[in-house]
Design a protein around this ligand. Structure first.
Ligand code: GUN
Ligand code: FE
Length: 428
């Protein structure tokens, strides 16, 4: 299939540890080969033949690498909007009852199929996702995401304390079960201790050993709220939250830590040294009133960051909305900063935010071939027509900052197609 329009190409940062790359637009075309699942050819300028897809309102399509969501919870998609609770009571009252429903593996599979459809309709083809503590439910979730064509990492949630009896298991059983999970299609199992509150020292250590033996991605939560940090100190003793994970062998270059808000400089230095990544979840941090992550400080300390929706802590599955929330969080930090510190606040541009939800996030999840428009890359694509519909913007490509116009004016109904490994998996 030949597609023509404005290509969202990627300018890599000079130093990916401390800088964001940037999306830049260029007129061009690409040919998707469904057989190999790749971008077979890509060129700049006019298409060599009549395209199968192009803008139809006198404005070009925007052709972008599909979105990547580096932190979300599959069983929480029906729990969006449960407002008014801080993290720990929200988990108790809204989240754990929803996750308990995954005791039925068929329900887990069916719910994940529904979630996958929603992700694809919003242009997301790759994820790092949490399932639940249920082993069979997790297996069904992995299969359902794979069947839908998604790529990425999914983990059985490890919890052996501080949760309802029906959602905790003995540490040894959990580690054994998680160790038997295998990749299915484009989905790989991830080692997923929920957070230090709901894991004993034994479970964290078992998870660390499994991560080192399997080389799987590790995902957990770190320093999201102050109440949680106090609970971790009570449960794990007088070391920093980050040190709890380091001692368990859970910090490495394939470790993703959700939130990372309430960190001190020693913890940031430790994360930078271990090469671990903070999954920034700005919509969730606002919804749960957890705090506001200091992007500039983390990056200056050399800590890698990526971006996630954290459904249902975050309410928005749409990654351009999460990207915008990242910018807004940074702007609100700048607004509140004292004059002496204002210049130190990093506010990403729209082009950098777009890069983050495509190329940057794909890089964090170690998805070779994803996140870039180039010949030979995996054809995970989202095709966007901002001129669509009565309120469409037919002049979008002529705006001073076309990526800004798309990001700030974002309407998920602009997505006309999502491709996963060259297959059309959503069209509207
Ligand atoms: N910390 C531990 N579990 C969770 C969860 O499900 N969502 C969020 N936002 N934070 C958590
Ligand atoms: Fe989360």
């Amino acid at each position: 299939m030949l597609i023509a329009g404005l290509l969202a190409l990627s300018d890599p940062p000079h130093d990916a540890r401390v800088e964001l790359g940037s999306a830049n637009l260029g007129f061009g075309w690409l040919r998707v080969d469904e057989q190999s699942g790749t971008i077979a050819e890509l060129g700049r300028g006019p298409a060599p033949a009549s395209p199968d897809l192009e803008g139809t309102h006198g404005a070009p399509l925007l052709i972008s690498p599909a979105f990547v969501d580096t932190h979300l919870h599959l069983p929480q998609f029906d729990s969006v909007g449960a407002d008014g609770l801080g993290l720990l009571s929200w988990l108790r009252e809204a989240v754990f009852p929803a996750e308990a429903r995954w005791a039925d593996p068929d329900f887990a599979g069916q719910m994940t199929t529904r979630v996958a459809r929603k992700l694809l309709a919003h242009g997301t083809t790759a994820v790092a996702a949490y399932a639940t503590v249920h082993h069979e439910g997790t297996r069904n979730a992995i299969r359902a995401l794979s069947d839908a064509g998604l790529r990425g990492h999914v983990g059985q949630v490890l919890m052996d304390q501080e949760a309802p009896a029906e959602l905790v298991r003995p540490a040894a059983q959990l580690v054994r079960e998680a160790s038997t999970l295998r990749p299915v299609g484009r989905i790989e199992p991830a080692v997923t201790p929920r957070f230090a509150v709901s894991c004993s020292r034994e479970l964290l250590a078992g998870a660390g050993e499994l991560a080192q033996a399997s080389r799987a991605l590790v995902q957990t939560h770190l320093s999201e709220t102050r109440e949680e940090c106090r609970r971790v100190r009570t449960l794990h003793g007088a070391v920093t939250y980050t040190e709890v994970y380091r001692r368990a062998g859970l910090l490495g270059s394939r470790t993703l830590l959700g939130h990372g808000i309430w960190l001190n400089q020693k913890e940031r230095a430790m994360l930078a040294e271990m090469g671990s990544t903070i999954a920034h979840c700005p919509t969730a941090n606002l919804f749960l009133e957890s705090g506001s992550m200091n992007l500039g400080e983390n990056r200056r300390a050399g800590v890698r960051t990526c971006l996630g929706s954290d459904i249902a802590g975050g309410s928005d599955v749409s990654m351009p909305r999460v990207a915008r929330a990242m910018i807004e969080t940074a702007k609100s930090r700048r607004l509140l900063a004292s004059a002496a510190f204002r210049a130190r606040v990093t506010v990403p541009s729209a082009a950098q935010a777009w890069w983050q939800i495509t190329t940057g996030n794909a890089c964090t999840l170690a998805l070779p071939g994803n996140g870039e428009l180039q010949a030979g890359a995996i054809a995970d694509l989202v095709i966007i027509d901002p001129a669509r519909g009565p309120e469409g913007d037919r002049e979008w490509s002529h705006r001073d900052d076309p990526i800004g116009a798309v990001l700030y004016g974002w309407d998920p109904r602009w997505i006309t197609h999502t491709f996963a490994a060259g297959k059309p998996v959503y069209s509207a």
